[in-house]
Design a protein around this ligand. Structure first.
Ligand code: SF4
Ligand code: SF4
Length: 207
């Protein structure tokens, strides 16, 4: 798996959930299918008058979520920016030609009057496959985005009691000094964190 394949899979999913943050700090989410994909970028259309557009202009942070029929979750975290004015018509036409139903929503020239295309070129992509045993997860990036680790780590203060490994639902904790979590198979359930008698397991980042 890699970032390009994740974008391809999102393309096949078609309708994605886009989450933003509004002016009051509240989460806002909606489904978007007006998307054009490139090997390492994503372009999407919205109307200038929509709250979604204002949130992207004012804040820019966006998470895009897709779930495939094979039980793969793909989440992209990024800042979206508007495509430059000169290139707006090109990308608007590209997205409308790929998604012809949009001509029904914005006939004639109204797509140019009311529409705006944003691009995502720097992003972190989390891939999470729930359909395999043990589960598989990995994180990739596109553009200048750097990976931010999220999950659980075992510190040197581990006393090797084995309680975490015995109770891990994915059997992804290896014996050692200290014990070690196989990050690619960790569910982030937190059971090990709760059970460790010496608090040697740390939770890094948000879930
Ligand atoms: S439960 Fe804590 S101390 Fe015991 S093996 Fe796991 S990490 Fe180490
Ligand atoms: S968070 Fe859950 S899945 Fe991950 S190592 Fe701990 S118990 Fe196992």
């Amino acid at each position: 798996m890699d970032a390009k394949t994740c974008l391809q899979k999102l393309k096949y999913v078609g309708v994605l959930a886009f989450a933003t943050v509004d002016e009051y700090g509240n989460p806002q989410i909606r489904n978007i299918s007006a998307v054009h994909y490139e090997p390492e970028a994503m372009y999407f259309f919205t109307a200038k008058g929509k709250a979604f557009c204002r949130e992207l202009i004012n804040d820019g942070r966006v998470q895009v979520l897709g779930y495939t029929k094979y039980k793969e979750m793909i989440r992209l975290s990024a800042c979206a920016v508007p495509v430059c004015d000169e290139e707006q018509p090109k990308y608007i036409d590209m997205i409308f030609d790929e998604q012809p139903y949009l001509y029904n929503l914005y006939p004639d020239n109204t797509r140019m009057l009311g529409g705006m295309v944003f691009k995502i070129t720097d992003a972190q992509i989390e891939y999470f496959d729930l359909g395999v045993n043990p589960i598989f997860r990995e994180t990739y990036t596109i553009g200048k985005k750097r990976t931010v680790f999220k999950g659980y780590n075992i510190a040197n203060s581990c006393i090797g009691c084995g309680k975490c490994a015995d109770n891990c639902p994915q059997h992804c904790i290896e014996k050692g000094a200290p014990y070690k979590i196989q990050q690619n198979h960790c569910l982030h359930c937190g059971i090990c964190f709760e059970l460790c008698p010496v608090k040697a397991i740390e939770n890094v980042g948000s879930k």
